[in-house]
Design a protein around this ligand. Structure first.
Ligand SMILES: O=c1ccn([C@@H]2O[C@H](COP(=O)(O)O)[C@@H](O)[C@H]2O)c(=O)[nH]1
Length: 307
């Protein structure tokens, strides 16, 4: 799957992933009205509105953007109905040949991590059959339980040709509380980065490992250091746009080959129609505003890379 991701990034010339984080406040009134008319103000109604919102956005970006990153929390808050839409969204994006990164941030003791890995990337045994559940292409994984929590994901990735992105340095303001703590004079995120390189060395695609890393756009200096520590790891970079990350800060997250990183934007793309810059599209045409915002983001990042 890492080879497919790299190929799509090259073909579309777009090192960009759109985050499908469908918060209700961003879903246009006409979609909510139609969904609530059919299902009432219920969890089913919310799920239907989310589905219509996601589908319209995906229909408008799949030819220009290689990957999507549905954030599971935004679906999970609506219980089973939300998770059904998560699944439907994953399946729909895959039918459009997009690479799907499930932002699920899992990781636990070995036996539990194994179940998480099976749920999101693998196949579950049911009697004599092996069946896929959520079936994303990649999942995000929390490394703070150590190798026990990571190994089951690596095993499933090998079997299924899937991939993971391990949290190394997150984009949020308080990420330094623990991640920057010095251990034997070195910040913890660097030590995690070294482990990612080690785990990933056994998991190579053609040029990059299918064990990647998450490093926030909001910490460009750390991104530069981590790029050197993990030369073969693809870096998933959240924090561009809504969290303040800028294209010019992201250049050192990439390798000399112009590859090695994929930058995420969620609110900046899916809620583009609420921004003054894209107001001319109007709420009815929210998905076209998202397409334009995605095109602008791609141009912004490529512009910084090819300066
Ligand atoms: O360090 C991290 C890890 C994950 N995220 C997730 O990415 C998106 C960012 O959304 P924006 O609207 O583009 O800010 C969201 O799903 C986060 O949970 C992150 O931001 N930082």
């Amino acid at each position: 799957m890492i080879n497919k991701l790299v190929d799509k990034i090259k073909k579309q010339n777009a090192p960009v992933v759109v985050g499908l984080d469908p918060m209700m406040k961003f879903i246009p009134e006409h979609l909510k009205k139609a969904a609530f008319a059919e299902y009432g103000e219920t969890l089913e109604g919310a799920a239907e509105a989310i589905w219509q919102f996601n589908k319209a956005i995906v229909d408008n970006i799949y030819d220009i953007v290689p990957a999507v990153k549905p954030q599971v929390a935004m679906y999970e808050q609506f219980g089973i109905e939300g998770m059904k839409v998560f699944q439907k969204t994953v399946d729909y994006c895959k039918s459009k040949d997009m690479v799907v990164i499930g932002d699920v941030k899992r990781g636990d003791i070995g036996s539990t991590s194994e179940a998480y890995a099976v749920a999101h990337l693998g196949k579950v045994q049911v009697g004599s059959k092996k069946l896929s559940a959520f079936n994303e292409d990649f999942a995000t994984v929390n490394p703070y339980l150590g190798s026990d929590g990571i190994n089951p994901f690596v095993k499933v990735c090998k079997e299924e040709k899937k991939g993971i992105f391990i949290l190394v340095k997150t984009s949020n303001p308080s990420s330094g509380e623990f991640q920057d703590r010095l251990i034997d004079g070195r910040p913890l995120y660097e030590l995690v980065g070294e482990k990612v390189a080690e785990w990933g060395s056994e998991c190579m695609g053609d040029d990059y490992s299918y064990v990647g890393a998450v490093v926030g756009a909001t910490y460009p200096e750390m991104g530069k250091t981590l790029r050197k520590i993990m030369p073969k790891a693809y870096i998933l970079v959240p924090g561009y746009g809504a969290q303040g990350g800028k294209a010019e800060d992201l250049v050192h997250f990439f390798n000399e080959d112009g590859l090695g990183a994929i930058v995420n934007s969620s609110r900046g793309i899916i809620a583009a129609y609420t921004k003054e810059q894209y107001a001319k599209f109007g709420e009815e045409h929210f998905a076209e505003a998202s397409r334009q915002a995605a095109l602008d983001m791609i141009a912004d990042i490529n512009g910084a890379l090819h300066k």
